[in-house]
Design a protein. Structure first.
Length: 510
């Protein structure tokens, strides 16, 4: 019977057999992958022996890393069933000799990796300074519950058996840990203020309440989703700071980061450049009497865990809209406190900042939002409705006759949904084609037809388009002419029956 607890991805633990991996090669692969996240690249590596040496760079700034990393296994003391550990074996000492507090371009890391089948690898980080005199063999310990929480939430700061601050996190947080390791091993961000610590006296509390009461309330996190062309972006209005996510988008672009430059003497300097999230945050703090909005277009086109990084935990909101939890990121605090009379000491999303996002779950090549991330958002679905589309009755030319955009799209949608069982989030929204595009069949072909051909009926083309069209070029050429039918006979007959018919009632597609 197993005598040690192991971690589950939902944050629970269970008595189970010790995980087999990771082996040495898997450890190197995990480190290689983790170090390439959030805009960083691995320029050079030497992994023949410990410490593993990596040079990583981003925005012309490079860091030499000396990484000691071993597999995390059961603690070796059966009376302590929740204990896990790494055992520091014989290895080079150069990484332990690095002063992480005075060095910015060279870091020594002491890591362990816990990797259980059907879960993500979790990296645990101990401070090299506290373990430099390890001798020929030493164990560093971590509680399995901390690993389980990291599996569920992504990142946790905790303490080891000697009360030293350590961190456990998913691999996408490794670069964040490297950038902040001195703070993370010295300031307990996880501790709640207590009466015994006397961190908050009455005066401070009253000042905080007065500060918070100056902010209007109601800020939320909301994701708008639906079929392409239903007006997700339009529904959010023009007010607000907008940003569009893409697969290569990083934490440094979204939140902010150091960018190299030169001063008047030609010396290299590193300035903190804010991203759209931080810009919106400062606007909200500086203008507490109105609601402000950050709009994220195509949120699922980027790796949200990597892009949000440490600000992920700010997404939990209380009943009026303030973040329930805070972070203490010195770069963010410095930027927000610039030109402020009342300084803030912790980073929270204020109650006057909305974060809205759009998403089309049917798009190809997108990232899946994990359940922990989705729990922190409200979701609103926009269905397909032509009732408010001003160009619904605008005609387009098809197969030698004219037909309204409303009838054309509705007939195609109904056939796709009822006959081909296509989900609504892949159908044609009322704004998929703009009014000025309906007079140009070439624009319709290269926007709408290519979407249908490549994305919607890719594996059912002969059940939707006339089978005589073997290529899209043939199909588009016929449609662009305005005189030739391109769909199967049943659809073409439905379209023909609606030619030049008046639209008496707009309707919502369901």
């Amino acid at each position: 019977m197993p005598s040690y607890y192991q971690a589950n991805k939902d944050g629970t633990v269970e008595l189970a057999e010790q995980p087999i991996g990771p082996n040495r090669n898997e450890i190197v692969q995990i480190l290689n992958s983790a170090l390439r996240g959030n805009g960083w690249n691995v320029d050079h590596s030497e992994v023949a022996s410990q410490p593993f040496k990596f040079r990583i760079s981003a925005n012309n700034f490079a860091i030499d890393l000396y990484i000691y990393c071993w597999r995390i296994s059961n603690g070796g003391r059966e009376s302590r069933k929740y204990e896990q550990r790494i055992q520091i074996g014989s290895s080079g000492s150069e990484g332990f000799e690095i002063d992480n507090y005075s060095q910015s371009a060279k870091k020594g890391l002491l890591l362990g990796i816990y990797y259980r089948e059907e879960t993500e690898p979790i990296i645990v980080a101990w401070e090299t300074e506290k373990n430099k005199n390890h001798g020929s063999s030493k164990s560093c310990f971590v509680d399995i519950n901390s690993i389980a929480i990291a599996l569920r939430d992504g990142f946790i700061q905790t303490r080891d058996n000697r009360n030293n601050l350590i961190c456990a996190f998913k691999k996408q947080f490794l670069n964040y840990y490297i950038s902040n390791l001195n703070l993370l091993h010295n300031i307990d961000f996880s501790s709640s203020p207590t009466k015994d610590k006397e961190l908050y006296n009455t005066e401070v509390k009253e000042t905080e309440q007065t500060f918070i009461s100056n902010f209007v309330t109601g800020g939320i996190n909301k994701i708008i989703y639906g079929a392409p062309g239903v007006g997700k972006s339009f529904s959010l209005g023009k007010d607000g700071l907008r940003v569009t996510f893409h697969p290569e988008y990083t934490y440094f672009e979204f939140v902010g980061g150091l960018k190299p430059g030169k001063d008047n003497n030609g010396e290299v300097t590193y300035d903190f450049i804010p991203g759209p999230f931080l810009k919106a945050l400062k606007i909200a703090y500086d203008n507490p009497d109105k609601i402000h909005t950050l709009i994220i277009e195509e949120i699922n086109r980027a790796n949200t865990a990597g892009v949000f990084g440490d600000i992920f935990q700010l997404l939990d909101r209380d009943e009026v809209g303030w973040s329930e939890y805070s972070i203490e990121n010195s770069d963010i605090l410095t930027f927000i406190n610039n030109d402020r009379e009342i300084l803030i000491t912790e980073v929270r999303i204020p109650s006057n900042l909305n974060i809205f996002a759009t998403m089309n779950s049917a798009d190809q090549g997108v990232f899946v939002l994990d359940s922990a991330f989705k729990r922190r958002w409200e979701f609103e679905y926009l269905g397909i409705s032509f009732s408010d589309a001003g160009h619904a009755q605008t005609p387009l030319r098809y197969a030698g006759y004219s037909i309204s955009w409303f009838k054309f799209a509705s007939i195609l949608n109904k056939y796709l949904a009822s006959s081909l069982k296509i989900n609504e989030d892949k159908l044609i929204g009322q704004y998929f084609i703009k009014k000025n595009e309906l007079a140009d069949n070439k624009k319709i072909a290269y926007k709408l037809l290519i979407y249908l051909w490549d994305d919607v009926v890719r594996h059912q083309r002969n059940e939707f388009f006339n089978e005589k069209f073997a290529t899209f070029s043939e199909l588009s050429e016929a449609f662009i002419s305005g005189n030739k039918p391109i769909f199967i006979e049943e659809i073409d007959q439905l379209l023909y029956n609606e030619q030049n018919s008046d639209i008496e009632n707009d309707e919502t597609y369901e």
